[in-house]
Write a protein that binds this ligand. Structure first.
Ligand code: SAH
Length: 392
């Protein structure tokens, strides 16, 4: 195994348990190949850890062990899958929820891969080509560690991959695959593309919408995708939801989410329109909502505009505040690792100040426990959800 020296600053970080390798950690990466296992040392050749090279958005590889004698072999993967499963026995036992994250990359000890459980089917997402080269060995270890799977599907999320999704083993998931979360059903499609129809990391927010916030309320769900937040609110007794998404496919999928729960989609509005255009329209018509949900993607290009959280979130919150009812709730969410919790909170505050609206932070959410994070790697703790109650 080749030795790679990291700069002193990086060495200090890695010795504290940080697992991500970044390009600027190295003076030179010479001719290291994707998928190559390497021994990381400090400038004095002291051993720090063993890992592999695999390029992702912000990282070039991952440390897998700090034990010099531990081999990275089938046993290594097997053991990590079993540990991840043991840590989630409460999720497997929960009768009202059957979709969750089984394995969360560096949080579960192997950066570059996540595994989601969807009612007996397992979805592997591969974030770099380096680790993907070992997929046969890794699937084999998985099948030994967790033999009772219905089927395995993979999502390939690194650049220049020829396909996004592929069936790997066992049964092919039905379309749709109906999963359950806190007693609510969601129609998911796991044979195509990266997105399945639901973002499991928002589970706790959906639960609160159902149990508490939604009752008797009107809800504006922007960037609504398949309307998952709205379905949760409606199941909790929301009188009406308005769903806004620019993607044409969102409409049929949102109708389906209501229908699989016995809700009448005609009681709700589902509009294929740019969020900013709708906000203008709502303001012009003096509409007001008791709850407004803002959960945009980090970056999106639609026919009319490009949206980025860093550039546009303050303005988005400002526009939402203009149509938020007195004592209404604003649910502001972002999943970008580029903003810390405090940066995000600051942006929301800036919008409230500009609009001269007062509020207090009612509740705040991050990732649920199944999305286990690596404490030493704060970027993995990407989800920020702030629930603000307008007071004037
Ligand atoms: N909040 C959703 C997930 C949002 S995914 C949930 O919890 O399920 C992001 C969605 O934003 C996509 O469906 C995309 O079509 C939509 N989108 C991106 N830019 C948009 C824009 N300017 N106007 C409306 N929808 C937009």
């Amino acid at each position: 195994m080749r030795k790679l020296k990291v700069k002193t600053l990086a060495a200090n970080r890695l010795k504290k348990g940080y697992k991500a390798l970044e390009e600027y950690d190295f003076k030179t990466m010479e001719d290291v190949a994707q998928g190559e296992f390497v021994e990381i040392t400090d400038q004095n050749n002291n051993f720090i850890g063993k890992g592999y090279i695999g390029e992702e958005d912000r990282t070039v590889g991952w440390i897998l062990t700090t034990n010099k004698d531990e081999p990275i072999d089938s046993n290594f993967y097997d053991r990590h899958f079993r540990m991840a499963q043991n840590a989630r026995t409460a999720y497997y036992a929960d009768k009202s929820t059957n979709a969750f994250r089984l394995f969360n990359a560096s949080g579960d000890g192997i950066g570059g891969i996540t595994i989601d459980y969807y009612d007996g089917f397992y979805i592997f997402s591969w974030f770099n080509k380096g680790l993907y080269d070992y997929r046969e060995q890794i699937y084999q270890a998985f099948k030994v560690a967790i033999p009772d799977f219905k089927g395995i599907v993979e999502k390939i999320r690194f650049k220049n991959a020829e396909i996004q999704s592929r069936h790997v083993a066992g049964a092919t998931p039905p379309e749709p695959l109906l999963i359950k979360e806190n007693g609510i059903q969601y129609a998911t499609y796991i044979n195509e593309g990266w997105m399945t129809g639901i973002f499991l990391d928002q589970r706790n927010v959906r639960r609160r919408l159902m149990e508490e916030w939604g009752t008797g309320k009107t809800v504006l769900n922007t960037f609504s995708y398949t309307g998952a937040f709205s379905v949760a609110a409606a199941m909790g007794g929301a009188v009406k939801t308005v769903n806004i998404d620019a993607a044409r496919r969102s409409k049929a999928k949102t109708i389906e989410q209501f229908e699989v729960n016995g809700l009448n989609p005609d009681d709700h509005e589902i509009r294929v329109i740019d969020v900013f255009d709708y906000l203008d329209y709502a303001k012009k018509h003096q509409l007001k909502f008791d709850i407004i949900i803002l959960d945009p993607p980090t970056f999106a290009r639609t026919k009319k505009r490009t949206f980025s959280v860093e550039k546009d979130y303050v303005g988005l919150v400002q526009e939402a505040l203009e149509i938020l009812a007195d004592n209404g709730l604003l649910i502001a969410s972002s999943n970008t690792w580029k903003l810390s919790r405090d940066d995000f909170y600051q942006m929301i505050n800036e919008a409230f100040d500009k609009e001269e609206v007062d509020a207090y932070l009612l509740e705040e959410y991050g990732l649920p426990e199944d999305f286990k994070i690596n404490e030493q790697y704060p970027e993995s703790d990407y989800l920020k959800v702030m629930v603000l109650e307008k007071t004037s």
